[in-house]
Design a protein around this ligand. Structure first.
Ligand SMILES: O=C(O)CCC(=O)C(=O)O
Length: 318
């Protein structure tokens, strides 16, 4: 089996822990405080957004771009508890040891009670609210600048509107990752403030001849390009496909994440889908042994995909 040797692209627990520790108090900590800020713009037209940012793969924060949204004006944690309190959600789903099912109301109560020494911040990541509390969508209107998402042509309309809410407590972290399948990331901040660190898609962290991560080669490469910015209520982020991102919650926070596949990335997107399916199919035993935490995630994604594409799984032909 071919092994990915860029540690940033290895999503096993050890590699993720190593990179996160470097951010917290290791070889990346000082680079974080020195990281330049991403461009922030107001009043960008749709045309300018396309040719200055999308076409050139340039990240940008559109300041106040969604400040008129009802969600930005009216939402609070208590408001969500009132509207969707009984809905079941999985909290801390990114940390399999801490993942647990609860309800939105219980989660909101946890934000109040989960404090003090030893308390780890709770994070409700990627809540697919449209399936369980669809009325919320009316407060998060669709955006013209996001309509280029080609996934609807591949997988049907639902794929393009399966946005996610991210609700978390001050101190919560989403570790450095690239989104799968070469999709652009768009993120609208609804409540509170999040600090984002982003890094170029070409950044590579490899091991040196002694088998140790080569932090100095990593940091001195022109591809390192670490940048940062804060997203505040009403701000909207465009992060082109494959940019790495790591997020820290500076306050309790609610954000809306959405994705868009630019047709220029179609070939890479399909290649990644195929690679994932074949990687799992052809190495199933080895993957279950070496990376047991990845198997349920990949299986769940494949099921969703088959479902969206109306694939009859019983219809395998010789
Ligand atoms: O807000 C976060 O914690 C993570 C968001 C994210 O990774 C995304 O929207 O792709």
């Amino acid at each position: 089996m071919q092994i990915e040797d860029n540690i940033l692209r290895r999503y096993d627990v050890d590699s993720m822990n190593l990179v996160e520790a470097a951010f917290v108090d290791g070889p990346l900590a000082d680079a974080m405080s020195a990281a330049p800020s991403v461009e922030r713009r107001k009043d960008v037209t749709s045309e300018e957004f396309v040719h200055t940012y999308r076409d050139r793969n340039r990240p940008v924060v559109l300041e106040g771009f969604v400040s008129h949204w009802p969600a930005v004006r009216n939402w609070s944690f208590a408001h969500l508890a009132e509207r969707c309190g009984t809905v079941k959600v999985v909290v801390d789903s990114y940390t399999s040891a801490r993942a647990r099912e609860t309800t939105v109301a219980e989660f909101v109560e946890l934000l109040r009670t989960n404090v003090g020494p030893g308390a780890s911040p709770v994070y409700l990541q990627e809540w697919l609210y449209q399936a369980s509390c669809p009325d919320l969508a009316e407060d998060l209107p669709e955006l013209d600048i996001a309509q280029y998402d080609f996934r609807r042509n591949l997988y049907g309309d639902d794929a393009s509107v399966s946005h996610q809410l991210w609700l978390g407590q001050q101190g919560g972290i989403t570790r450095l990752h690239q989104d799968s399948y070469t999709v652009d990331v768009m993120h609208a901040q609804i409540v509170g403030t999040k600090r984002w660190y982003i890094m170029s898609p070409d950044a590579e962290l490899r091991r040196n001849a002694d088998g140790e991560p080569d932090w100095s080669a990593f940091r001195s490469s022109p591809d390192f390009e670490l940048m940062q910015f804060d997203l505040r209520p009403g701000d909207f982020l465009f992060l082109p496909a494959a940019w790495y991102h790591r997020i820290e919650l500076l306050t309790d926070s609610i954000g809306l994440g959405r994705k868009a596949l630019d047709v220029k990335n179609l070939q890479k997107h399909m290649h990644q889908r195929m690679a994932e399916l074949l990687g799992l199919l052809l190495n199933y035993d080895e993957v279950s042994r070496t990376h047991p935490e990845l198997v349920p995630v990949l299986m769940a994604r494949s099921r969703i995909l088959a479902n969206r594409m109306n694939i009859d799984l019983s219809n395998l032909r010789p």
